[in-house]
Design a protein around this ligand. Structure first.
Ligand code: C2E
Ligand code: MG
Ligand code: MG
Length: 768
């Protein structure tokens, strides 16, 4: 290798000396030719001096060379033996020169390192970092520093600190100079340090966790649940505040005591024996016990006892947690009561009845005994509520329930469904149906009688009857709801039979109901499917002159044929269908009047339209009629509305207002079926009624029953006194007509002249 201290200075000196000698020689050779001895001598002296100077210079040169050589050796020693590893490499990353330390570090001789790729010694995972470092190095020409992992030729890994810089070599080729310092030891220390820090951190964390856990444990210990810990001999060691709150004892009184200090005596020795057996076998016992507080109160508590064992499996302690459940038990009982019992009478409610009914069905199927359900409804209960108020009503219901409970055996169920509806369920009646009927009938009568007895409601004495529907059942052929429904139907039969009665459910009754349901369903489509039509029955006056007609509805059912209005009008009344039907009747009748108005023979005819209670009491009834009259544009005098007494009696004031409003329009009114209701002169005189229509039941008996004849005469008289017209319906015979005429009723309607007929037939009376 070439020393960085160049030999050029050495060469320069030598050249200088040679130049001097050459100059002097030339000088001498020119001078020698014509020189004297003296001059010669001087010349020689000069030469001598020069020679000496040269020698001196030569010596100086040698000295310098020597120093240089020493410096060079020194340098090489320094370079080679330096503790840091030095190397140079080409811009392609090939190693050119290395010092000994570098060779040692890389684990190869310097010769073998020559032209090796430096990257061969870089740890694979760090190669990417190294390449970017190398790129930076070549491009920036500034010193770069990097710490990375390398490995020796034999694969041993080490960490290095690498400092490098690009430089120009003597040959003017760019070279990369690299200094490597093995920092493995430092990194190891750092890693160890870092690990230590992590370890310490985790210790700190776990200490913190332990502290938290302790804090949680302490909080838990002071929770609302009572907790006490005993030793293995069951002597109390520690308790929390909740134990004092629940038991009423203080710490001093409990420490060292056996927990049997709490016992109430409600559980016997066997109970505790079983409890400790369980704790010893399974480690835990959980359940409810009744304990005694210090003040003597006995209360229910939820108790958990668990054993704590040491590593050898020996019990060291017992931990008990206890919760006072007296409040929650009360609440639960209350909720249960509200859910299954009627708060007013304390009797089971509908839900509990259903449950018991289901059980009764199961048990009756098993033991083949009959059971019975009695549906009891108080008669006219609404009147009591309306007249004496709900408080009295409540009192009556309470007394009735007591009487019901006393009328049956202890195991029987008495329930209140709501309002004035009660149900009694009798189980375990005879297996023979006949005997069971007799048994139930006896109970039924007992109930009727007991309810019939007078009640004292504060200062009032009150009498009340009931209607009872009974159904018998065995097994599970029917559902509870079906059975309830049957008893309900039978109860309605009892009501219909005049109240204060009992009725048994029978299949015929059921069929009627089923039929009714299907009829109701069909009726919903009847209007839309044009099955409904109007028949007209002539109304006449003396001399058989037709003055008008009553419009009577007919339903032509596709399968049943003609269904009489008495079968479907009450149904329609119940489910609002009557409103649509009534509207249709009104419009159809008015359209008929309109047609008749344009015909000479019929232009004076009136039509009487039956109006049902529900229809009449619609808030917009008057407006409806007004609208129909306006739309069809008829003379309102031709329209007569037939109301029954029940319609009127429902709300007399409202009825009067409506009638007046319609009167003003020109519409007239007839009181249908007069005499069958609670007619009284006082209300009749207040109604703006135009006509009374004597009910056909009186007409039928005019010539048979003297009472009916008198009634008819009275009605005619009343009508006269009140300045009303009078008409008789259901006139079938000439005698009837004559009796009526004789007594002042000249208008009539009935089979005598014609049955209700379709419009085409009706018009035939006029030759149309
Ligand atoms: P109502 O208004 O009292 O009608 C008179 C009933 O007596 C009619 O029965 C009629 O056919 C019948 N009748 C007439 N003359 C005689 C007779 O000489 N002998 C006998 N035995 N009966 C006679 P219908 O048509 O079966 O109507 C029954 C009831 O249905 C009506 O009694 C009425 O209350 C109601 N009704 C009929 N059509 C309608 C209607 O369009 N709307 C409303 N709401 N009810 C109607
Ligand atoms: Mg009528
Ligand atoms: Mg009538």
């Amino acid at each position: 290798m070439t020393s960085p201290v160049e030999t050029s200075s050495n060469t320069g000196l030598r050249k200088q000396a040679e130049d001097i000698l050459q100059g002097k020689a030339a000088q001498f050779s020119g001078q020698l030719k014509g020189l004297s001895e003296e001059a010669m001598e001087e010349l020689l002296h000069e030469l001598h001096v020069h020679q000496i100077e040269l020698e001196l210079q030569n010596e100086e040169l040698r000295q310098t060379q020597l120093e240089l050589d020493i410096a060079k050796t020194h340098f090489f020693e320094l370079y080679d033996l330096a503790p840091a590893a030095y190397l140079t490499m080409t811009q392609q990353g090939l190693i050119q020169q290395t010092n000994l330390a570098a060779a040692t570090l890389l684990g190869l001789s310097r010769r073998n390192l020559m032209n090796k790729k430096f990257s061969n010694f870089i740890f694979e995972a760090d190669l990417a970092v190294y390449y970017s470092f190398f790129k930076q190095l070549v491009e920036s020409r500034e010193q770069q520093v990097l710490e990375l992992r390398m490995h020796k030729n034999d694969g041993m890994q080490f960490w290095v600190h690498m400092e490098a810089k690009a430089a120009q070599s003597e040959e003017d080729v760019p070279t990369l100079r690299v200094v490597l310092t093995d920092i493995s030891e430092r990194i190891q220390t750092e890693i160890a340090l870092r690990e230590n820090i992590v370890h310490i951190q985790s210790l700190v964390d776990s200490a913190r966790e332990t502290e938290n856990a302790l804090r949680i444990a302490a909080t838990v210990f002071e929770s609302l649940e009572g907790i006490f810990i005993t030793d293995a001999n069951r002597a109390i060691l520690r308790t929390n505040q909740a134990v004092f709150n629940i038991t009423g004892y203080c710490e001093k009184e409990l420490i060292g005591q056996n927990p049997n200090i709490f016992s109430s005596g409600c559980q016997d020795a066997c109970f505790y024996k079983a409890m400790w057996k369980m704790i010893n076998e399974t480690g835990i016992w959980d359940g409810e016990v009744w304990n005694r507080r210090k003040n003597g109160d006995i209360y229910p508590q939820h108790l958990t006892v668990s054993s704590v064992k040491d590593t050898a499996g020996k019990v060291t302690n017992y931990v008990a947690t206890l919760t006072d459940i007296s409040q929650s038990q009360l609440a639960a009982d209350k909720i249960k009561f509200l859910a299954f019992y009627d708060p007013l009478t304390k009797l089971p409610n509908r839900i509990l009845l259903r449950e018991r009914l289901t059980l009764a069905l199961i048990s009756s199927q098993r033991n083949k005994h009959n059971s019975a359900l009695l549906f009891i409804d108080l008669d006219n209960f609404k009147n009591l509520n309306d007249t004496l108020g709900h408080d009295m009503g409540d009192l009556l219901l309470q007394q009735v329930s007591e009487r019901l409970v006393h009328s049956v055996r202890e195991g029987d169920t008495v329930a209140r469904l709501g309002g004035d509806e009660f149900v009694v369920m009798l189980e375990d009646l005879s297996a023979s149906i006949n005997e069971a009927v007799i048994q139930v009938e006896a109970v039924g009568h007992k109930i009727l009688e007991s309810i019939n007895k007078s009640y004292q409601l504060t200062t009032y004495f009150y009498n009340c009857t009931s209607s009872i529907g009974i159904t018998l059942f065995t097994g599970q052929q029917q559902t509870g709801d079906e059975i309830l429904k049957q008893a309900d139907i039978a109860m309605y039969q009892a009501k219909a039979a005049g109240r204060n009665a009992l009725r048994f459910f029978d299949q015929q009754m059921q069929d009627t109901i089923t039929n009714r349901v299907s009829l109701e369903r069909d009726l919903e489509n009847a209007l839309a499917e044009n099955q409904i039509m109007l028949y007209y029955q002539p109304q006449l006056q003396s001399g058989n002159q037709i003055i008008g007609a009553e419009a009577l509805i007919r339903w032509h059912h596709p399968e049943r044929g003609f269904v009489p209005p008495s079968d479907f009008i009450p149904l329609a009344e119940e489910n609002k269908l009557i409103l649509a039907i009534g509207q249709w009747v009104l419009e159809t009748a008015c359209a008929q009047i309109k047609k008749w108005e344009s015909c000479e023979q019929t232009k004076n005819l009136t039509i009487a339209v039956n109006v049902s209670a529900r229809q009449f009491h619609q808030i917009d009834f008057v407006e409806n009629v007004r609208q129909v009259l306006k739309d069809i544009a008829i003379n309102p005098n031709k329209l007569k509305l037939e109301l029954t007494e029940t319609v009127v009696l429902d709300d007399i004031e409202g009825t009067i207002n409506k009638m007046n409003a319609l009167h003003e329009l020109g519409v007239s009114f007839s009181m249908d079926d007069f005499g069958t209701g609670y007619s009284s002169l006082s209300y009749l005189s207040r109604l703006p009624m135009d006509q009374l229509k004597i009910d056909q039941s009186f007409v039928l008996n005019i010539n048979i029953n003297i009472t009916d004849a008198v009634i008819v005469q009275t009605i005619i008289g009343m009508a006269k006194n009140l300045y009303m017209e009078v008409i008789a319906e259901g006139v079938e015979t000439e005698q009837q007509r004559q009796f009526l005429e004789l007594n002042g009723c000249s208008q009539y309607q009935g089979y005598l002249f014609s049955k209700p007929v379709p419009i085409a037939e009706f018009e035939k009376f006029f030759g149309l």
